[in-house]
Design a protein around this ligand. Structure first.
Ligand SMILES: Cc1cc2nc3c(=O)[nH]c(=O)nc-3n(C[C@H](O)[C@H](O)[C@H](O)COP(=O)(O)OP(=O)(O)OC[C@H]3O[C@@H](n4cnc5c(N)ncnc54)[C@H](O)[C@@H]3O)c2cc1C
Length: 421
C-alpha cells in the first residue's frame, strides 16, 4: 500500500474469503458468530486502510451470510419480480391495482396496509412503483415485509425455498454487517461490496442497498468522508444489469442519498453458463462479448452524464463510480466521457480500479495523468488465498491474455528508452 501510494495509487484491501453453495451450512447464532469472526478480520483491514486517506476495503457478502440463505432469499426475490412481470404485462412499473394483484400471491401481504405501503414507496408520487421501489419495500432491512415473501409456492429443484429460519439468520447477521459499516464510518474507510453469482445477487443487493440507505450521507451533506461510504457493484454482463443500475441510481436520487457504484463486466461467466445448461434455464449473462461491452459502455455513459449534470451545482459528489476494468478501451471511453460531460478528475467522482499485477501500466498512466487510480489488493492466510487466486485465474482466463498485451507494451517501452526506437 505504501509503495502504491508513492505513485499516487490508492488501495482496495480484499480479504480473500468467499463461499459457494458447497460451504458448510450454518444457521442462527452459529452463523452470526462465524460472521462476527469475519467482521473482526475486516475491521483489521479497515484499521490498516485507515492509514491512507481515501482507501477502500472490499467485502464479499457470501463470506458473512451463509450461501444457502443468500440463495433462498434471492430465489424468493426473483419470484417476486416474476409475479410482478405477470401482473403488469412486462412493463417495468406497477400501478396500485397491479400491486394489489401482486399481493394476492402472498398470504403474508394481506395483513399489511397496502395503500400506505404504496404511498410510502412511490417517492415521486406518479402512482407507479419501479422494481427498485418494490425491492425497497421487501428490503431485508424491513424484516416484517420480508416475512410476507414466505410462501407455499413450489420452487424448482435448482432454487431453494425461503424459510423463517433464513430470515432470522439474516436478521442476526445484518446486525454484524451494520456494525462493520459503523466501524468503517468512524475510520473514514469506504466499503466496496463485491457482486457474486447471479443466484446470490438479489439478496446481496438487498443487504448492500439497505446499508447504503442507512450509512451513506444525505446528498449535499457536508461530511468528513468525500462521497458515499458503501458502494454496490453492477456486473454489466448480466442481461438485467443496466435496468437495475438505472433504477437504483434514480431511486437513491429521489431518496436524496449519496450513492456509489462499482461497474464491472462480471467474473462468473463460465460457471453461470454451466449452471444454466445443467438446469435447462436461460443464462443470465449476455449472449456474446459485444453485448457485454455495449451494456458496460451504456452504464458508463448513464453515470457520467448524470454526474455531469450535478457537478457544477455541488461541491461534494453524491454519485460516485469506480470503473473496475482492465480493458484499455473502457478506460479511454471513461476519460473521454469525463471530458465531454465536464466531470473533474479529482474530488472522488470517478475512480479506476485494476487488480494488483494486472494492467499496472494502465493504472500508473491514470495516476500520472491526475485520475484517481486504485489497485485491488487481495490478501489473507495462504490456505484461503491460494484457492481464491486459483478461482480468479480460472474465471478470468480472458484477463490473462490482457497481461500479455501489458507485457508487450512494457517491452516496447524498454526498447524505446534504451535504443530510442
Ligand atoms: C478492481 C476490480 C474489482 C472487481 N470486482 C468484481 C466483483 O465485485 N464482481 C465480479 O463479478 N467481478 C469483479 N471483477 C472482475 C470483472 O468482473 C471482470 O471479470 C474482469 O475485470 C475482466 O473484465 P474486463 O472488463 O477487465 O476485461 P474485458 O477483457 O474487456 O472483458 C472480459 C469480460 O467480458 C465478459 N465476457 C467475455 N466473454 C464474453 C462472452 N462471450 N459473452 C458475454 N460476456 C463476455 C466477461 O465478464 C469477462 O470477464 C473486478 C475486477 C476489478 C479490476
Amino acid at each position: 500500500m505504501q509503495r502504491l501510494s508513492k505513485s499516487n495509487i490508492g488501495s482496495i484491501l480484499d480479504l480473500a474469503i468467499e463461499a459457494d453453495l458447497d460451504a458448510e451450512e450454518k444457521t442462527g447464532w452459529a452463523a452470526k458468530l462465524a460472521a462476527r469472526n469475519i467482521v473482526n478480520q475486516l475491521k483489521g483491514a479497515i484499521d490498516t486502510a485507515a492509514h491512507q486517506p481515501d482507501s477502500f476495503i472490499a467485502v464479499k457478502v457470501s463470506s458473512l451470510i451463509p450461501p444457502a440463505v443468500l440463495h433462498s432469499l434471492s430465489s424468493s426475490l426473483n419470484k417476486l419480480k416474476e409475479n410482478a412481470v405477470e401482473v403488469n404485462g412486462n412493463s417495468d412499473q406497477l400501478n396500485f391495482e397491479q400491486f394489489k394483484k401482486l399481493a394476492d400471491h402472498y398470504t403474508g401481504l394481506k395483513s399489511l396496509d397496502l395503500s400506505k405501503l404504496f404511498a410510502e414507496y412511490d417517492l415521486n408520487k406518479d402512482g407507479l412503483l419501479s422494481y427498485a421501489d418494490l425491492y425497497a419495500i421487501f428490503s431485508i432491512a424491513n424484516f416484517e415485509n420480508c416475512k410476507a415473501l414466505l410462501s407455499d409456492h413450489p420452487v424448482p429443484a435448482y432454487d431453494r425455498k425461503l424459510t423463517i429460519e433464513d430470515i432470522e439468520t439474516f436478521k442476526l447477521i445484518f446486525e454484524e454487517i451494520d456494525d462493520l459499516c459503523e466501524y468503517a464510518k468512524t475510520k473514514n474507510v469506504k466499503l466496496m461490496m463485491d457482486a457474486e453469482q447471479s443466484y446470490f445477487q438479489p439478496a446481496i443487493d438487498s443487504v448492500v442497498l439497505a446499508m447504503c440507505r442507512k450509512h451513506n450521507a444525505k446528498a449535499g451533506e457536508k461530511v468528513q468522508l468525500k462521497g458515499p461510504l458503501v458502494y454496490n457493484t453492477y456486473q454489466m454482463y448480466l442481461v438485467d444489469a443496466l435496468d437495475r443500475l438505472k433504477s437504483d441510481v434514480d431511486r437513491f436520487e429521489l431518496e436524496q442519498l449519496s450513492f456509489g457504484v462499482k461497474l464491472v463486466r462480471g467474473a462468473y461467466m463460465v460457471s453461470e453458463r454451466e449452471r444454466a445448461e445443467k438446469h435447462g434455464i436461460k443464462s443470465p449473462v449476455h449472449i456474446d462479448i459485444e453485448s457485454s461491452h455495449k451494456s458496460f459502455d451504456s452504464g458508463l455513459e448513464f453515470i457520467v452524464q448524470k454526474q455531469g449534470s450535478t457537478v457544477c451545482s455541488r461541491d461534494s459528489c453524491d454519485l460516485s463510480m469506480v470503473v473496475a476494468t482492465h480493458n484499455h478501451k473502457s478506460v479511454q471511453c471513461t476519460t473521454e466521457l469525463m471530458e465531454r460531460y465536464a466531470v473533474p478528475r479529482t474530488g472522488g467522482w470517478i475512480s479506476f480500479g485494476q487488480l494488483l499485477g494486472m494492467q499496472d501500466g494502465v493504472t500508473e498512466q491514470l495516476a500520472c495523468n491526475g485520475y484517481k487510480a486504485l489497485k485491488y489488493v487481495p490478501y489473507g492466510p495462504v490456505p484461503t488465498i491460494l484457492p481464491y487466486l486459483h478461482r480468479r485465474a480460472q474465471e478470468n482466463s480472458t484477463m490473462i491474455k490482457a497481461m500479455e498485451s501489458d507485457r508487450a507494451a512494457i517491452e516496447k517501452e524498454i526498447i524505446y528508452r534504451v535504443f530510442g526506437q
